[in-house]
Design a protein around this ligand. Structure first.
Ligand SMILES: Nc1ncnc2c1ncn2[C@@H]1O[C@H](COP(=O)(O)OP(=O)(O)O)[C@@H](O)[C@H]1O
Ligand SMILES: [Mg+2]
Length: 383
């Protein structure tokens, strides 16, 4: 079995697993300096875009292609490659197709998709700078302004006053204006292949704030433990969305849950490896990235996954540079451990440190929340 992986940045998360499954790994990457290149049996440095990876897939005669792309921009091109390779060469590409991807990378299309499928989502309108200047709307504040495309909070602003809207329109000429919802941000990763989907766990990412602090910058935990939130229910909604979308591979569905009104609103959909994947893996013991390899190997076993899902407590936070140095010097640190243990949880190292040096994060696995805090104290990353 030979698999082409596209993108080296996340390749270290699957390299050893693929090897352990007897897969010959071919890697395609545009950055010749990527540290993960040497983890592959063979790599190709190619210009950006999907033309070259597509040719490599054919010339190397691989059995499947697994894109490992955590950003939105290349997803449409990947989807086009998928449709071509699957249709013309019967070569599976573990990613979403064009329709699902177009909906996921564009928040206006996501909104229409949700409304058309009767899925509750915050109300929104499209507004241009010009319209805003001549309109006499009674605007209610706070209101959320966003761009159709963007991730990680780019282009998202919580406007508290007309001045905030003015200043947003100093940068952008149009906006999607969405009702601000107070509540808990929750997301669910759903694996889907061969029309069978499995939601893994609900992840709590903190509450929405007027500053619009992105969940990436908050402490996140899984499974979510929120008053009045039925985790099975939110997971079912996530599964339903993934099915309606006909997404493939791994997809993250984001929600805002109001503990008082019990309303679950769907915020957005991301058809790519999610920033929550270490939390999901830590809690459920199902590693979404490894499952992409299983799908590529023709070993997608959704019923087995459902049976094997665990319910550990997962906690994740970002590490400041100081904390990071501290951990790098700690006797139990990731790199002092055998490198092959870097991406697994063990009883003597119940955590994984991941991400780039300047924005690294720690994900902890434990039996209960108190344990997680004990582990953080022992690592001296919390008082
Ligand atoms: N309608 C909303 N109400 C409250 N907060 C919101 C709303 N929309 C976005 N936010 C805040 O902004 C963040 C980013 O918005 P999102 O739509 O998920 O875009 P991105 O693709 O950048 O993640 C959310 O995680 C949330 O913290
Ligand atoms: Mg988001």
């Amino acid at each position: 079995m030979k698999i082409l992986f596209i993108g080296a940045r996340l390749f270290d998360e699957v390299a050893l697993y693929a090897k352990s499954r007897g897969v010959t790994t071919i890697l395609s990457e545009s950055d010749p300096k990527s540290p993960n290149l040497k983890l592959a049996d063979k790599y190709h440095i190619v210009p950006r875009g999907m033309d070259h990876p597509m040719n490599i897939a054919l010339s190397e005669d691989v059995d499947a292609v697994v894109p490992l792309i955590g950003i939105d921009k290349p997803l449409i091109e990947i989807a086009k490659m998928k449709e071509k390779l699957e249709k013309e060469y019967n070569l599976p590409v573990i990613a979403s197709g064009i329709n699902a991807t177009e909906i996921s990378v564009n928040k206006l299309k996501t909104k229409n998709f949700l409304i058309n499928n009767n899925i509750k989502t915050p109300k929104s309108t499209e507004i241009s700078k010009k319209q805003y200047k001549i309109s006499k709307y009674e605007l209610r504040f706070p209101t959320v302004l966003k761009q159709a495309e963007g991730q990680g909070g780019v282009g998202v602003k919580i406007a508290l006053s007309p001045e905030d809207i003015e200043s947003y329109f100093g940068i952008y000429s149009q906006a999607m204006m969405e009702d601000f919802l107070k509540g808990a941000e929750v997301s669910v990763e759903v694996l889907r292949w061969e029309k069978k989907s499995v939601p893994l766990v609900s992840v709590y990412k903190g509450d929405t704030t007027l500053e619009g602090t992105h969940p990436l910058n908050k402490i996140r935990t899984a499974p979510a433990k929120l008053e009045n939130l039925n985790n099975l229910k939110i997971m079912k909604i996530a599964k339903n969305i993934t099915d309606k979308l006909d997404a493939n591979g791994t997809t993250e569905i984001e929600f805002i849950f109001n503990e008082e009104t019990k309303e679950i609103n769907t915020l957005e959909v991301n058809t790519r490896p999610s920033g929550t994947r270490f939390l999901t893996f830590s809690s459920s013991n199902i590693n979404p990235m490894q499952q992409l390899v299983n799908m590529a190997m023709g070993e997608w076993k959704p019923r087995t996954i459902e049976r094997e899902i665990e319910h550990y407590n997962a906690l994740e936070m970002s590490l400041s540079l100081n904390q990071n140095n501290l951990i790098q010097n700690h006797s139990l640190n990731n790199n002092n451990n055998n490198n092959h243990k870097k991406h697994i949880f063990t009883s003597d190292k119940p955590w994984i440190i991941h991400g780039p040096d300047k924005a690294s994060r720690i994900t902890i696995r434990s039996e209960n929340p108190t344990n997680s805090f004990e582990i953080m104290k022992n690592l001296k990353i919390m008082e």
